[in-house]
Design a protein. Structure first.
Length: 202
């Protein structure tokens, strides 16, 4: 038992050391490219600092974040919803996300918000209808059997089912995360709890 703990601690230290070395390598490479660009006369200090800021932010966003117990991570560009238990993926689902790319800026922009959120409410939605303004009029049971409302600061963002399973794997929603109905039921019954962390990334 003690030997196992020592081994785990040693592995964690090695992982941290490797991450530091990798980050340092990225920065060295970045400054080398900057020097080359300056020599060619194609780079200004202002553009460099702006680019560096974006670069460092993107590295921070890409770093792995974990929670104790079960939590959800949605990776928009992969069209995937992952269920984690601590730092281990225990289930994954294909999803559809907002039809427009990028971070949500305003209500009605058809973007899925990115950030750290929580499950606010679980609502039965098999009697809900909605007009997606796509020329098809009001759709009955548009959200599938359940609507898992997320606390995002935006109105009406959640994880729900669909009347159009062919949309899964696409940028097709008004900002929500959409699953096939049978998979939504499985997710809701086996994993979802109020206040559960939900992380949405690019």
């Amino acid at each position: 038992m003690i030997g196992s703990k020592i081994k785990k601690n040693s592995l964690k230290k090695n992982e941290h050391r490797q991450a530091k070395v990798l980050s340092s390598a990225f920065i060295v490479l970045f400054f080398a490219l900057f020097s080359l660009a300056c020599a060619c006369g194609n780079f200004s200090l202002n553009s460099f600092t702006t680019t560096l800021s974006k670069f460092l932010c993107s590295k921070a966003e890409a770093s792995e974040q974990t929670f104790n117990g079960k939590w959800i991570k949605v990776v928009k560009h992969e069209f995937k919803l992952y269920v984690y238990n601590n730092d281990k993926v225990i289930k994954s689902y294909n999803v559809a996300v907002g039809r427009n790319l990028g971070q949500k800026q305003r209500a009605g922009d058809n973007r899925t918000p990115e950030g750290n959120f929580t499950v606010q409410q679980i609502q039965r939605s098999d009697y809900w209808s909605h007009d997606f303004r796509d020329g098809k009029g009001v759709i009955e049971k548009a959200y599938g059997p359940w609507f898992i409302r997320l606390k995002t600061g935006w109105k009406g963002i959640g994880i729900h089912g669909t009347h159009a399973p062919s949309s899964i794997g696409k940028n097709d929603t008004e900002g929500c995360i959409r699953l096939r109905n049978e998979e939504l039921v499985e997710l809701k019954n086996n994993h979802i709890k109020i206040d559960m962390p939900v992380v949405i990334v690019k």
